[in-house]
Design a protein around this ligand. Structure first.
Ligand SMILES: [Cu+2]
Length: 110
């Protein structure tokens, strides 16, 4: 069952990449799971930093699920860059739709 979900997520992810390539102004949302996000202070920190990252248009943090939904312009930034931005403020952010053990070649990203 878990594998089926992963496969499904992979498919959705691949399709979203394909459609991202035809429109330069296209926006995309990525859900990051941030284990270190455990209080309002963390959320403030994320809001003060990630919201001002290049290409980020929207940011929603959820403390209960420890996730942050980041909407960004695909032409300006990428999941990898956003994850790096989280790392810069000391937080490990894992894109949920990538899925652990679901290898998505980063070269496909634009
Ligand atoms: Cu905290």
């Amino acid at each position: 069952m878990r594998q089926l979900i992963m496969l499904l997520l992979c498919t959705v992810f691949t399709v979203s990449i394909a459609s991202a390539q035809d429109a330069k102004k296209k926006k995309e949302s990525v859900t990051f799971f941030i284990e270190a996000m455990d209080c309002d202070h963390c959320i403030k920190k994320i809001e003060k930093n990630i919201a001002f990252e290049k290409g980020v248009t929207d940011l929603k943090c959820d403390l209960t699920t420890r996730t942050a939904v980041v909407t960004y312009k695909t032409a300006k930034t990428s999941k990898t860059r956003l994850a790096a931005a989280f790392k810069k403020i000391g937080m490990e952010a894992v894109p949920v739709d990538d899925g652990a053990g679901c290898p998505v070649p980063p070269a496909k990203k634009k």
